[in-house]
Design a protein around this ligand. Structure first.
Ligand code: NAG
Length: 569
């Protein structure tokens, strides 16, 4: 392998191009004028720094994947719940043989060996030094600093592939994407509620559900059963990122305090990838990770919960973690039937090709019978909570993906109203899916000209549903703290689905799988419609909750008794 100093890259490339008859030119695959706000240029990257670059080959038939997903997820379809195998879904996204051989030939020409990352072979990874990456992608990998965290990252402002690969390569990562996304729970109302009395070790639990949410409040509000689930094959997955560790001792205290009817030994299992670790010192406990495990183990009584902790080994941004966790699950023969994730970013921070690839990965899991739930975001119509300066509303990612269930937040109990931070709106990347058409057009006629031009009236609307999201008591490092965010809502809704799946499997039936076509039809009237409140942001009052679906609370919050019936139980 030859290493070129950065300054020589251009001439080297031109030489290669003019000597190789097939290389008629370059196709720019990604370009931005400057790093996004919050990042500053530090300097050229060392030519010897090794990059793990992932290359997404163009998927052969994502339209057929979508069709298959809807076919098995739509209650009126004759194939409802006839879920596909790993091999079946892989076939839809596997690159064509031409794509594989063209990309292989090009890599070989450049002395590069690639490793396949997914069952379908649509992602490959190469490890090459910056110098080589600059050469073959006509890139200029540089060091950028994320101002608020001080983290440094190597990115390029533009990159290209040989023209003859234009139809075969969808994206190379990391290149022009700078995401350090994430909303996670707890920012708006993170406060310590009470400490354990040192002498008795007892936490004062007397409070009203109007001020403080505990598992008992959610059980009563949503008619959730407290009887133990019985099916060991039924699993609820919880995504963990950003060095957020879930603490077992905190969970035990949480259960002793709020689920005195459960064994306080009830716990979750941990799976790690990308060098993720599982430190159990109280000071390592993360608010988000503890919230997500306490409100799954503590609500989905005795459903096996797996906490999947994604480290930052091979990557320096959560987007890589998003890819890795989903590829990890796609490779499993029996992935969890429900996955809840309380992380995300603004949609425009994710290049559309990457967004589509991730969205198609959620579709693959959905077609295999997995329910994918994401928190919708905590900044109202301004998207992630850090987008304070906006005029046009900021859609969040991945909530705009039509193949997952986006969960917004409510507050108050009689009646429930929209939590004002609940992100909702319309995607700029995906159009309105058919299952949602009448719900969205109903809302748009209600809206009339209001906010015209500030949101995408032809985009997929989100969230799909909602659940309580304010003032959840959690145990963190053995203290009780109160947290808020759509991060509270997603694990809550996921627990509802996991409990339904337990009953379905016990009755010899299939789990619910991709939820939306069912939610918007059979189950719509089994949700509590939330009709007041709004989600301000971008110098506006935001959207208003109203009768029927709205881009603040979706179709509404769960009523377990009624959802059981809608699920055929
Ligand atoms: C609005 O959404 C549609 C449908 O997804 C998309 O094609 C269009 O590009 C979006 N418009 C803007 C301005 O992003």
């Amino acid at each position: 392998m030859f290493l070129f100093p950065v300054g020589l890259v251009l001439s080297a490339l031109l030489t290669t191009a003019s000597c190789t008859p097939a290389s008629t030119g370059l196709h720019v695959l990604g370009r931005r004028d400057s790093p996004p706000s919050g990042f500053t240029f530090v300097g050229a990257a060392s030519p010897d720094s090794v990059l793990n670059l992932r290359i997404a080959l163009t998927q052969s038939d994502p339209a057929a994947l979508e069709e298959a997903l809807y076919d098995v997820s739509t209650p009126s379809s004759s194939n409802y719940k006839q879920y596909l195998s790993k091999e079946d879904v892989s076939a839809f996204v596997a690159p064509s043989p031409e794509a594989v051989s063209a990309v292989n030939a090009w890599l070989q020409e450049n002395d590069i060996t690639a490793k396949t990352l997914t069952p379908a072979g649509d992602w490959v990874e190469v490890q090459i030094p910056v110098s080589k990456a600059n050469e073959i992608f006509n890139a200029d990998y540089s060091v950028f600093k994320h101002e608020s965290t001080g983290k440094q990252t190597i990115r390029t402002l533009s990159y290209s592939i040989p023209e003859e690969l234009t139809d075969h390569v969808a994206i190379v990562h990391p290149t022009t994407t700078f995401v350090f996304p994430t909303y996670k729970a707890s920012l708006p109302a993170f406060r310590k509620v009470s400490s354990r009395a040192a002498n008795t070790g007892v936490i004062d639990t007397a409070s009203s559900c109007a001020d403080t949410i505990t598992p008992a409040c959610l059980q009563s509000l949503y008619n959730l059963p407290s009887t133990p689930a019985t099916q060991t094959s039924n699993t609820l997955g919880v995504s963990g990122f950003s060095d957020q560790y879930a603490n077992q001792a905190d969970l035990a205290t949480f259960l002793e305090t709020y689920r005195t009817d459960m064994s306080s030994d009830t716990t979750f299992t941990v799976e790690t990838l990308d060098g993720g670790s599982d430190p159990q010192d109280g000071s390592d406990a993360g608010d988000e990770a503890n919230l997500d495990t306490q409100y799954t183990v503590g609500l989905a009584t005795d459903v096996p919960v797996v906490f999947i902790s994604v480290g930052e080994n091979t990557n320096d941004g959560d987007l890589d973690g998003f890819l890795d966790i989903i590829n990890y699950l796609l490779a499993q023969d029996a992935p969890p039937q429900v996955l809840t994730t309380s992380y995300g970013s603004s949609e425009s921070d994710v290049p559309i090709a990457m967004a589509e690839n991730l969205c198609n990965a959620y579709a693959q899991l959905g077609a295999r019978g997995v329910s994918i739930l994401f928190a919708s975001g905590d900044g109202g119509v301004s998207g992630p909570q850090d987008s304070l300066f906006c005029w046009d509303f900021v859609p969040t990612f991945p909530s705009g993906c039509p193949y997952l269930t986006s969960v917004g937040a409510t507050t108050g109990i009689s009646p429930e109203t929209a939590a004002d931070f609940s992100s909702g709106g319309f995607s700029n990347y995906w159009g309105v899916p058919s299952y949602q058409q009448s719900a969205v057009s109903g809302y748009l006629s209600y809206l009339g000209d209001t906010y015209s031009g500030r949101y995408n009236a032809s985009g997929r609307g989100y969230p799909d549903v909602s659940a309580q999201g304010e003032n959840f008591n959690i145990v963190l490092d053995q203290d009780v703290e109160s947290v808020s965010g759509t991060s509270c809502a997603s694990p809550t809704f996921a627990s509802v689905i996991a409990l339904l799946n337990d009953e379905l499997i016990a009755a010899g039936k299939s789990p619910l799988g991709f939820l939306n076509p069912w939610l918007y039809s059979t189950a719509a009237s089994s949700l509590n419609d939330v009709t007041s409140g709004d989600n301000p942001g971008c110098f506006s009052d935001g959207f208003s909750a109203t009768t029927g679906w709205d881009p603040v609370t979706g179709l509404g919050t769960p009523d377990y008794t009624s959802l059981r019936t809608a699920a055929g139980l």
